[in-house]
Design a protein around this ligand. Structure first.
Ligand code: SF4
Length: 427
């Protein structure tokens, strides 16, 4: 939008006429860091327009308005009005608070993102908001209730991204696979099917996250038949103990989760499953922690994101008794990370000597060697020798040494139709 209105984007450490600070509120630290960045922008150029947006702006506009130097606040909706507000402020020099009640919003705010600085993977947001209200999470208050993007717009945006050169699209959202729950005759499985068949030239579809409850038989069937949806799903667990899940107000039991995983593995053997786990939730006993530990081991994830429970003001969990001591929390986090590393190595070891498709994302030149780094469809990070021209292309790589955080491989050939598989590794 700024580009279309004649603005030029500069790095944050340069002087600017307008600063837009996109804030986070998922933890109390997110708020604090956001405030620090706002103050830094004000100091950099006290005459500039300081516009604060994002989740912290949505939940605490009053708190932000009190920071001297803040001129415009826009939350997580009506972002299209941002430039008008900024220009209005330039005329009137009056503060503008453009935040309104997000809970009343039932319509997805259409905003196309035609390009990304990351050249290989494009994110495509398909829905907004969440109706779950887990006890540790502030997100429904900052993003509002679940609403889905119009399927036609999703397909058009996907086509535009592919036409701009992206091979892989990551479907994102707050409760991504809740897509369609606010529609009548349409759902997430149908959207996946349409993306596969209607977007010309799309090679890979990745789902950023899917809740166990949303892995319906219809979704499993689509995944099974698909040639584009990657062999990787991120299925948040948060806890592998029923009593903790209950206190978190998550909408599944360990038995339900396990049964879903079994079903999906039957259809898609070799699938990489990653997850999020929160350690040290209020009242978590050593026994409950060990229940989660054993559950994680039993599922056999290919990687975990482990978070120590963070007390987010305004959520029920922040007010719960029996908060876990920081030392205990961190000791448990370390044990869980160690387990995750072990599981990741184990998963990767199954692919040693196999030839996999990688889309290189980064290129480094070390001691005269050109090294590329990218991900396989099943989300193994692979490093191999190859030239910069291969970035963003689909290439076949043989895994010579598996490991974690990355695997080593050797280049086999390019899969791109454009290159006819003829690019060779530079010596
Ligand atoms: S489902 Fe996810 S976004 Fe929704 S409340 Fe729970 S943790 Fe937050």
């Amino acid at each position: 939008m700024f580009k279309d209105n004649g603005y030029e984007r500069v790095e944050f450490d340069r002087q600017s006429d307008v600063y837009v600070i996109n804030t986070c509120t998922v933890t109390n630290t997110g708020d604090k860091k956001s405030r620090q960045v706002i103050r830094r922008a004000v100091r950099k150029n006290p005459d500039a327009v300081i516009c604060v947006t994002g989740c912290y702006a949505q939940t605490s506009p009053g708190e932000i308005m009190e920071i001297p130097g803040v001129d415009v606040i826009v939350g997580t909706q009506n972002r299209k009005k941002m430039i008008d507000y900024i220009e209005e402020h330039q005329q009137t020099r009056e503060p503008i608070n453009g935040v309104s009640n997000i809970m009343k919003n039932r319509v997805f705010e259409e905003m196309d993102v035609p390009e990304f600085t990351d050249r290989t993977r494009a994110s495509l947001k398909i829905q907004e908001g969440c109706n779950n209200f887990c006890t540790f999470c502030i997100i429904p208050w900052s993003r509002g209730l679940l609403r889905s993007r119009d399927p036609e717009n999703v397909i058009n945006q996907a086509q535009n991204l592919v036409d701009a050169g992206f091979k892989e699209i990551v479907l994102t959202g707050i409760h991504t696979a809740g897509y369609g729950e606010d529609m009548n005759d349409y759902n997430f499985a149908k959207l996946l099917q349409e993306l596969e068949t209607k977007v010309d030239g799309l090679k890979r579809i990745r789902i950023s996250s899917i809740e166990a409850s949303q892995i319906t038989d219809e979704v499993i069937d689509v995944l099974d038949k698909s040639e584009k949806i990657v062999r990787h799903l991120h299925i948040p667990l948060q806890a592998g103990s029923d009593s903790v899940l209950n206190r978190m107000r998550r909408k599944y039991s360990t038995a339900f989760y396990k049964q879903k995983i079994a079903k999906i593995r039957q259809a898609l053997p070799g699938l990489a499953i990653t997850s999020d786990v929160i350690v040290g939730f209020p009242g978590e006993t050593e026994e409950e922690f060990m229940e989660t530990f054993h559950f994680v081991k039993e599922i056999g994830y290919s990687e975990l994101h482990v978070f120590p429970f963070s007390r987010r003001t305004g959520t029920p969990a922040a007010r719960m008794q029996d908060q876990v001591d920081d030392d205990i929390k961190h000791e448990r986090v370390n044990r869980m990370i160690e387990l995750s590393n072990q599981l990741a190595k184990e998963y990767a070891s199954h692919y040693e000597e196999e030839v996999l498709e990688v889309i290189p994302e980064d290129h480094v030149k070390e001691a005269g060697e050109h090294t590329l780094e990218g991900y396989t469809d099943n989300y193994l990070k692979v490093r191999f020798t190859g030239s910069k021209e291969l970035i963003g292309k689909i290439v076949r790589v043989k895994i010579t040494r598996s490991g974690y955080p990355y695997n080593e491989g050797t280049f086999v050939r390019v899969m791109d139709d454009t290159a006819n598989g003829k690019i060779e590794v530079p010596s």
